[in-house]
Design a protein. Structure first.
Length: 243
């Protein structure tokens, strides 16, 4: 603290036996050279790290507060083009760019190993992404067809009761005229489902919806896969360019 220009008072004086000298001030205080007043090293004033007790603990335990600097991923960067005019006119900037480029190339090489390995990784990831995307397209076609089936299945199920009631009606013609729109929806849905080859006796709308949800889950997983593959291929291609 003194090296940074602070005046300090209230320090505890430790005797040869290691005990604290009696009568020492309760608080340690600090004053920058450009200020008039001292500020107490209390929890209220400067925070718990600047109380006398906490400072002593930190000294005795040799605790150091260090900032965690994240490791820079050089391999994900592109080489700096030092042919630009700004580098030609600044030897210092050119030296910095050269060092950065060496770091980029070194990390790229360390992570990859060899050009043949890198090209193989690119091929594998490209094919994996392509396969995942093709599967997504197939799933989307299946989901579109299934959504159509669910639509007509619900339409059939909702209006089937009118068809049953019609057969039991004492006056079928009057009943038909009254619920004609429901009969039209029922008949249309039934024809579509029969043409598709759906077994109407075993029709289960909930089961169809569950199948659709499962397809949606697979689609999301495969979409994530091919997007991740695309990102990895992009990163690998950048390393290839760097090398």
């Amino acid at each position: 603290m003194r090296a940074k220009g602070y005046e300090i008072k209230g320090e505890s004086i430790v005797t040869a036996s290691g005990s604290i000298e009696e009568g020492a001030a309760k608080y340690i205080s600090f004053r920058p050279l450009d200020k008039q007043r001292f500020v107490r090293g209390s929890t209220k004033s400067l925070g718990k790290e600047y109380t006398k007790e906490r400072i002593r603990e930190r000294i005795e335990m040799k605790c150091e507060q260090k900032s965690v600097i994240p490791k820079k991923d050089y391999s994900a960067l592109r080489l700096i083009d030092t042919s630009d005019e700004k580098f030609q006119n600044s030897p210092g900037l050119q030296q910095w760019a050269t060092i950065e480029n060496l770091k980029i190339a070194a990390q790229s090489y360390n992570e990859v190993g060899s050009l043949s390995d890198l090209k193989h990784q690119i091929t594998v990831k490209t094919e994996a992404g392509k396969s995942a995307k093709q599967s997504v397209v197939k799933l989307e076609h299946r989901m579109k067809d299934l959504a159509e089936i669910i639509k007509y299945a619900e339409q059939y199920k909702t209006n089937r009761s009118y068809h049953i009631a019609y057969k039991k009606s004492k006056n079928p013609d009057a009943y038909f005229r009254r619920y004609e729109s429901q009969f039209i929806l029922y008949g249309g849905a039934r024809r579509v489902l029969e043409q598709i080859g759906i077994n109407l006796k075993g029709l289960n709308v909930d089961k169809l919806k569950a199948e659709y949800q499962e397809l949606m889950k697979q689609k999301n997983e495969l979409t994530s896969t091919y997007k991740n593959c695309a990102k990895e291929v992009q990163s690998l291609n950048r390393k290839l360019e760097n090398l």
